[in-house]
Design a protein around this ligand. Structure first.
Ligand code: NAG
Ligand code: NAG
Ligand code: NAG
Ligand code: NAG
Ligand code: NAG
Ligand code: NAG
Ligand code: NAG
Length: 809
């Protein structure tokens, strides 16, 4: 009777009050936890109770952070069997087991005891670590439990929790994502330690791997996942008893967890930010493209700084013999003999390949390892299994080698089986190449080339690292000393600052010989910036056109990354056309000259340069003007090279500027030469009208500049668009033709838009132009136009901001 009354009160309280705490961190066998009551750990950091995830009405027993306002569930008991009402009751039964019952006293879930419960009384306790344990009442917190929730992770790994194997009992703990935010039942994404000779940590989606850490080398995984940091440290134990990964927090004030994401191929570490009261993403795996399992196929190596990122290892070539198709992998240039005739090439700074078919002999040293590998015809590579203390043990790889990446700061040495003919004669590779060269070319060349090779070899043996690319840059571009640039810009004085570009400030400088330069100082940011920089440097170094800004060189010095351009005395186009005073300086003939020059520069990017380049951020502030007001396109940092025959791409990183982006690019990330044509069309309208597309305001309607132009065009009054300041100088026919061309360029459907060669033709001739169809993005704010995507993109803000949404996949 007492119990019933108690239950009744609880159930009623549920409707008035938030969950009420049990007032203790333990439950004894005479007590129970009903829906609406919670158990709180002693220090108040964790809470156990019933909850409903997301929009679901189902009830689950779970553990969440008590001290954090954003409800974050870290463990769920009945993942597979929710209760459909608030009748749940968590109790310790007569046999000392923990069970969850629902209405009609049906057992929904029970703890699977790892140890036989003695006839002693048992209690359930929620520890400060978030571990829920079942232990003997007299035991105290001695660390021996009949059962603990830490052995049955849900989607979260907390500090102190173990991922992996108890080898004595064969018991495995894996982390498995929720199905969705509303459904904690096990989803597709799994994080586990692979029990194999050469263990590694792997992430799966269903039955396909999407990430491995590479094998454990005694010190770290072969691709170090974490750098030493003040917040946490991790350990990987691989002995006869255990094979598991765990982490601990160094600073007890920090709250950190790792969670397997439900929807994306990601394991994420979050830390709680007291300042913003949100979870901050601290790190993730996979981190980048190159971490994608097997991205480059067999014998391919992923080099994040290269484009494409997949390359063949030295001694291997693509199957087709040409450009590398990702995943296709590579084949040997010279066939193996599969006998002792073969040899090995040492590669350095590699993340080792997937070790699922690798064998370890701890007592074998490197020299013996080589012999053993040579003897077995299916052994493809070997290295030390433990790199501590100069290296020991032997790990051999059988079958194709997959999932390698270059790791300049943390990779390992790796010896890959090669045909003797690949190795050449007995001696060192360098000397051999030099010998060949001697027989082929004149002595002077030999001296130069061997000097280059020796220099290169001294720095690194493998073909697989960044040096190569850096050297290519070195060869093609003059490098400036930091001191030279610092000197030229008055130590980056504020007085020399020209403005702020997409990736950092731009300074004016004067070299000792009097040459004026513009220095783009890339913000001291992420690797992202570095990637962007390398893109720009490589692209620019290959482009020469009078309507493109010339890159004079670069300077990379630690944190400092600088690009040095020819200086453009007349700043950028936006400085003229959108400014009341300055716009008077541009009469129609100058404007038309700028339009044609910009079109030619863009045509060169699209068609005439060796690479097909899509600018992706063409706008008035990216058209610079020289002494004679010749336009030069700048800022290729965002451009992406497409393969010669490829004019379209898809990106999950939208980079561009509102107001200039084509609809298909802004909404779907689809870019093509035709999305550049769209931006060109906007630029054309802006030059004609002297108004900005973004932030355009008209008292009669809420249309943007395109919508306004389209309206005037259909009303037969295109000349009303022109900027009053050049009215006298204008050639009406040319202006009308430009408006006409711009409307063709901004048509909604990319296929309807002309290509740049057609645009040039239209600008320079009298040919009859087709009638434009309705343009994309007509409205500024909400309007009657049936263009639903516009309201999402066009806010009423007058700022032209460059958006860069990072983070793909
Ligand atoms: C809840 O589940 C029980 C047992 O499965 C079932 O009998 C009952 O009809 C369900 N109630 C609702 C509201 O779905
Ligand atoms: C982390 O470091 C501390 C102190 O350096 C050490 O006591 C602890 O065992 C380490 N934890 C792990 C999981 O390696
Ligand atoms: C965050 O706030 C809590 C509660 O005020 C405090 O105990 C903890 O030390 C803080 N953590 C950090 C990292 O400042
Ligand atoms: C999964 O990742 C996305 C994107 O990073 C994030 O918004 C979401 O909250 C993550 N889910 C979980 C369960 O952490
Ligand atoms: C390996 O080399 C030996 C000796 O040169 C030769 O007789 C044999 O045919 C080669 N085997 C293969 C598979 O190339
Ligand atoms: C290793 O993994 C690859 C890719 O998942 C698979 O093709 C191969 O069969 C595996 N090898 C072994 C020995 O499990
Ligand atoms: C090579 O080693 C593998 C793995 O240990 C073994 O399965 C195979 O039988 C060996 N082959 C030969 C020819 O010794």
């Amino acid at each position: 009777m007492g119990v019933l009354l108690f239950l009744f009160v609880c159930c009623n309280l549920l409707f008035f009050l938030p969950d009420s705490s049990f007032g203790s961190d333990t439950i004894t066998s005479s007590q129970s936890l009903s829906d609406g009551r919670t158990l709180v750990s002693k220090d108040g950091s964790f809470e156990l109770g019933f909850f409903s995830p997301g929009s679901s009405k189902n009830r689950y027993i779970g553990i969440w952070y008590k001290s954090i306002p954003v409800k974050t569930v870290v463990w769920v008991a009945n993942r597979l069997n929710p209760i459909n009402d608030s009748s749940g009751l968590l109790i310790i039964n007569k046999r000392g087991n923990l069970i969850l019952k629902s209405q009609s006293m049906r057992v929904v879930w029970s703890a699977s005891l790892s140890k036989e419960v003695q006839q002693t009384p048992v209690v359930l306790q929620l520890l400060d670590s978030g571990n829920l344990v079942l232990r003997g009442e007299q035991e105290g917190d001695s660390g021996t439990y009949f059962w603990q929730s830490f052995d049955y992770p849900s989607d979260t790994l907390l500090p102190g929790m173990k991922l992996g194997w108890d080898l004595k009992t064969g018991f495995e703990r894996r982390v498995i994502s929720w199905k969705s935010a509303d459904d904690p039942s096990p989803g597709d994404f799994i994080w586990a330690v692979e029990r194999q000779d050469n263990p590694e940590v792997v992430m799966w989606k269903g039955s396909s791997k999407f990430y491995t850490t590479g094998p454990w080398n005694g010190l770290s995984f072969s691709a170090p996942t974490t750098r030493p940091n003040p917040i946490f440290n991790f350990s990987f134990v691989a002995n006869e008893d255990e094979l598991c990964y765990t982490f601990s927090i160094k600073d007890k004030a920090v709250v950190s967890r790792i969670v397997m994401n439900q929807t994306t191929y990601l394991g994420q570490r979050f830390t709680w930010s007291n300042n913003t009261q949100t979870w901050d993403l601290y790190s993730k795996a996979p981190r980048d493209e190159c971490d994608t399992y097997g991205l480059c196929g067999a014998y391919g190596v992923c080099i994040i700084s290269k484009s494409p990122v997949c390359q063949c290892l030295k001694g291997f070539k693509t199957k087709s013999g040409g450009y590398m198709d990702w995943h296709e992998g590579c084949v040997r240039s010279k066939a193996l003999n599969y006998s002792r005739q073969d040899g090995f090439i040492k590669f350095t700074e590699l993340k080792l390949p997937d070790a699922n078919f690798s064998r370890v002999s701890k007592s074998v040293n490197l020299k013996e390892c080589r012999e053993k590998c040579l003897e077995n015809s299916s052994c493809m590579a070997y290295t030390n299994s433990d790199i501590r203390g100069g290296g020991s043990g032997c790990a051999m790889w059988f079958g194709d080698l997959i999932d390698m990446r270059s790791f300049p700061d943390g990779g390992q040495d790796f010896y890959i089986r090669m045909s003797a003919s690949e190795l050449g004669m007995k001696g060192e590779p360098t000397t051999k190449i030099v010998v060949l060269v001697i027989s082929a070319v004149a002595l002077l060349a030999v001296v130069l080339i061997s000097g280059y090779l020796i220099h290169k070899r001294r720095r690194n043996i493998a073909e697989t690292d960044q040096e190569n690319e850096d050297q290519n840059i070195d060869l093609e571009l003059p490098l400036f000393e930091l001191a030279t640039i610092s000197n030229a810009t008055n130590n980056f004085s504020i007085n020399n600052k020209l403005g702020e570009g997409g990736f950092g400030p731009v300074y004016k400088g004067t070299l000792v010989d009097g040459q004026e330069i513009a220095v783009k100082r890339l913000s001291k940011i992420s690797d992202q910036g570095l990637k962007e920089l390398k893109n720009e440097v490589i692209l620019f170094s290959k482009l020469q056109h009078r309507n493109l800004v010339k890159l004079l060189g670069c300077c990379i010095h630690g944190e400092e990354k600088l690009l040095i351009y020819e200086f453009m005395p007349n700043k950028s186009l936006d400085y003229f056309i959108f400014d009341q005073t300055n716009s008077k300086l541009l009469d129609w003939s100058k404007r038309f000259h700028i339009i044609c020059g910009t079109a030619r520069g863009l045509l060169y990017l699209h068609q005439d340069s060796r690479l097909r380049i899509i600018h992706r951020d063409l706008k008035a502030s990216n058209v610079l003007l020289d002494h004679d007001m010749n336009p030069k396109i700048s800022d290729f940092g965002l451009a992406r090279t497409c393969g010669g025959d490829k004019t379209e791409g898809n990106t999950n990183r939208v980079v561009g500027t509102y107001g200039y982006m084509a609809p298909e690019y802004a909404s779907d990330g689809l870019f093509s030469t035709k999305s550049d044509v769209f931006s060109f069309g906007i630029l054309l309208l802006e030059i004609v009208s002297g108004k900005k597309n973004r932030g355009f305001y008209h008292s009669d309607h809420s249309l943007n500049l395109i919508g306004h132009a389209w309206k005037l065009w259909n009303e037969g009054m295109p000349l009303q668009l022109i900027d009053a300041c050049y009215q006298e100088s204008c050639n009406r026919a040319e202006v009308i033709r430009c408006v006409h061309i711009s409307l063709l360029c901004v048509q909604q459907h990319p296929d309807d838009r002309p290509s740049m060669p057609s645009v040039i033709l239209m600008l320079g001739s009298e040919i009859v132009l087709p009638q434009p169809k309705q343009p994309g993005f007509l409205a500024n704010k909400k309007s009657t136009e049936p263009d639903s995507s516009s309201s999402m993109l066009e806010s009423s803000s007058t700022n032209t901001i460059t958006i860069s949404e990072l983070e793909g996949r």
